[in-house]
Each structure stands twice: as C-alpha cells, then as structure tokens.
Design a protein around this ligand. Sequence first.
Ligand SMILES: C[S@@+](CC[C@H](N)C(=O)[O-])C[C@H]1O[C@@H](n2cnc3c(N)ncnc32)[C@H](O)[C@@H]1O
Length: 285
Amino acid sequence: MILKSLRTYFNNALLGYYPDTEIKSFFHLLSERVLKMKRIDISQNLYAVVSGKKYDKFQKAIDGLKKYEPIQYILGDTEFYGLVFKVNPSVLIPRPETEELVQWIINCHSEQNKETELNILDIGTGSGCIAISLAKNLSNAKVFALDISNDALKTAKQNAVNNEVEVEFIEADILDWDCGNLEFDIIVSNPPYVRELEKEGMSANVLEHEPHLALFVKDDDALLFYRNITEISKTILKPNGQLYFEINESLGERTKDLLVNNDFKSIELKRDIFDKDRMIKAIKR
Ligand SMILES: C[S@@+](CC[C@H](N)C(=O)[O-])C[C@H]1O[C@@H](n2cnc3c(N)ncnc32)[C@H](O)[C@@H]1O
C-alpha cells in the first residue's frame, strides 16, 4: 500500500475511537518509529510503498489502539526526563508530573558537594524512571530502587542497563519490609494513590491496560503507603534527610498533616504544570 493510502486507511480505521488530532499524532509516532520518517518526510514520500513487516506493524497498532491499548505499550517504550524507557503492561507509563518531581529533587541536590555520596531510595520504582533519571543526573548518587512486582523489576533492570546507570534493585513489599541497616539521604516515592472512587473519571486506556497494583488504594485508606513510608523513613532516613512524595491532587493537605504529625519539618507542598497539588517534600529532624 502506498503511504498516502495507508494514512487514509489508518485514519478511517480509528475514526470514532479517538479525536482526529490524536489519530494523526499516533500515525506520526508510528511513522517515525516504523518508517523512520518525520512529519515532513511523509508529505514528501506519499507514494512510497509500505509493505511486509512494516505494514503489519501499522495493522497491529490499529488493532491495539481499537482496544484502547496505550500507544506507549504498542511502541514498547516512552521518553521520560530525556531518557528512553521500555514499558509494558507490568509497569505504569511514566507521567510528565513525575518528571517535575525528579526535576525538583535534582534542583535541590545538584549543587551539593560532589565528593559526598548521596544515598537515594526510590520506593515503588515501576519502570525505574525516577531512580534511573536521578542516577543519570546526580553524579554522586548511589541509588536503590524497590518494588513488589518481579515483572516490573525485570523491566526496570533492563532500563538501567539501556541507560547505562547502576541502580541496586530490591524486590520487597514496602508494607512488610525488613530494611536491615540501610540508611538514606533521600527517599522518594510515587506510590499507588488513586482511590477506587476515582475510577469513574478514568479513561479506558488506563483502567483496562495499566497495572492496578501500581494505581489503586482502598477508599477508606488512601494514605496507606504514605503512612507506611513516613513511618519507615523515621528509621532509615538520616537526620536532615529528605522525603519526597508524588501525591493525589485531592489529598495534599491530608498528606501534609501526616508529615507534620510525624515530626517532619520544612514541609513544602508543590503544584504541577496543571496547577494541582502534586508533590510534597519534608525533612527529617
Ligand atoms: C504509581 S506506580 C509508580 C511507578 C514509577 N515509580 C513511576 O513513577 O512511574 C507505583 C509502584 O508501586 C509498586 N507497588 C505497589 N504496591 C507495592 C508494595 N506493597 N510494595 C512495594 N511496591 C509496591 C507498583 O508495583 C508500582 O510499580
């Protein structure tokens, strides 16, 4: 099939499933990946023939998109903080809000003495996006990353290799973790924080394809992970060590109270680019 006809076929197949602009953007992403053609190249090669495996990849993408599979899972990777991360249904697709959390940590620590090692623990690492971005950008960091999911850790390990950083991975349940004598300067976590009651407003590509283990908490215990990680941090954070959380936009004040009640100081609640309460930082006394 020639490229011009493939584009029309692709648009028509997905009509009614997604807005027109989104279908165009999927087509451009796939063309870049499968045909190595940027937007400008497409208009200049409308009569190029797309066949065999290349055509099959477009057809497979149409089939997946019709089932609302996220385009990142279909492509097999995504970009986060300027790095490429492999993603699959065992890991949450990294979000731009989380890049802001990473940026905050890097801003706070990049000026520190490079001679002093900075021990960092990322809890609920998923694809490894937070841990690996910090390891890549803070030259004095020694990064540990923990997750309960063995499949997620396999992906995260691959991402660490691909991005050429060393991260120590730990398979454990943070709600029942014997941390031994580890001590950290920084603990960061983007734990599950979506309440079951919030499912209603969520789109099919998230609800039906991203791991529920990474997303949901019970309505009556939304701060389960925050309470637990704050408690553990009282033991394994060094004095003046810093705790960073990504948070549920509706639970900013409650998360802040939790940290105040646990005697953390200098608590800062920060909004994301969408002007929602999204992250919090606190210092251990
Ligand atoms: C919201 S995702 C965050 C993933 C990644 N850090 C990110 O920001 O994209 C939460 C992660 O916590 C992990 N998780 C869920 N329950 C856990 C538990 N009890 N102990 C450790 N990790 C857990 C999930 O497997 C998932 O990878």
